[in-house]
Ligand binder design. Sequence first.
Ligand code: NAD
Length: 269
Amino acid sequence: MRNIAVFGVSGRMGQMLVREIDAHPKATLSAAVDRPGHGWIGQDLGQVMGVAARGLTVTDDIGAALAASDVIIDFTAPAATLALAERAADSGVGHVIGTTGFDDDDIAALAKIGAHGHIVRAGNMSLGVNLLVTLARQVAGALGEDYDIEIIEAHHRHKVDAPSGTALMLGEAVAEGRGVVLADMADRARDGITGARRDGAIGFHAIRGGDFIGEHDVVFAGPGERVTLRHVASDRALFARGALRAALWLEGREPGEYSMLDVLGLSAG
Ligand code: NAD
């Protein structure tokens, strides 16, 4: 059995993770954590989730949660995840990071922590999206620069970051397929008299509204034809199942910062 703590337990993903862990024969929920001051702290987890009391109190005590766990699953916010990564690595506890919205400095800091910690980080934990990432890399390499690439994503009205972590994963993949650096080619906002499209640009567009769980299109618009790769998530449990799979996969690994492509055996090379 693996003892798994959920950070951000009151959130959309946190609650989904509790259900997936409860249903898994090889996983036990070892701690339920949320931010200090959250209304769930000190309450029985079952009761606040609207089911029967289960004798596990929601806590903001990170030290106690780490001490009780082999691995933690974290869908919170960038600052919380960064602080936690250092402590998890120092405690020898695996860290599955679903949080998105990191800037370049955050990503560098996590890579550094990954030298001695055990991290799986992915902007999207689904099998389909990770497969799409490998396909997008291949298609970008095969079609070449005559085909303009635009990445369009749609998410629910509560999402706080844009482009989505998944859109950025797809952007990195197409940039890699073309042999360019995403930061040099990304066009993230167009408004007003922008001039004609920059050669080789990789465009991003974010729709926010309603209850979209997550939709991503990678459009390759060429002379006389368009190719579109599309993924539609229709159940948030998909991401929770992927995160749980990553948490179980980490057992016995060497220190490192892994991706979902590693977990799913889809890594290049
Ligand atoms: P949410 O706002 O519903 O939940 C976030 C939770 O984190 C809340 O319960 C909040 O109280 C808690 N939190 C904030 N700061 C904390 C701290 N310091 N310590 C402990 N808990 C803290 O959001 P959500 O929809 O569940 O998404 C959370 C994150 O996961 C976002 O970054 C989102 O983009 C990302 N996400 C990733 C994937 C993926 O597959 N990688 C899928 C869905 C969402």
